[in-house]
Design a protein. Structure first.
Length: 114
């Protein structure tokens, strides 16, 4: 699973972790419905998660579009707005679980969150 975040939001580490947690949970729930075999394989193989970043919302939405077009399990996180950012702010896209090679075609060139 790859989690793609927005670098322009400058979220605190805790807020970023929470947003990524939302993406992981929703992707797992979707995979349970849409692709239970891939979820089982993902869990057996260690449930790998990689966190990458893109510059802005437009870039994030492009990644989401590519993931959808490829038929991958994906989820767009929009914040509820209770803490650091306004309600409805798009923060993270979760992609997977799914074939590593398919996900890497979309996210393989992205910079890791440091």
């Amino acid at each position: 699973m790859v989690l793609v975040t927005r670098a322009d939001l400058k979220l605190s580490k805790g807020k970023l972790a929470a947003q990524c947690g939302h993406a992981v949970m929703e992707c797992a729930l979707r995979a349970k419905k849409e692709s239970p075999r891939s979820l089982d394989r993902y869990r057996r193989e260690g449930a790998r998660k990689i966190v990458c970043k893109v510059p802005d919302e437009e870039s994030l939405r492009k990644i989401l579009g590519h993931a959808k077009k490829s038929g991958l399990v994906c989820y767009l996180v929009k914040d509820a707005g209770h803490t650091e950012i306004p309600p409805g702010t798009v923060t993270v896209v979760g992609i997977g679980p799914g074939p590593r090679s398919d996900i890497d075609k979309i996210t393989g060139d992205l910079q890791l969150v440091g």
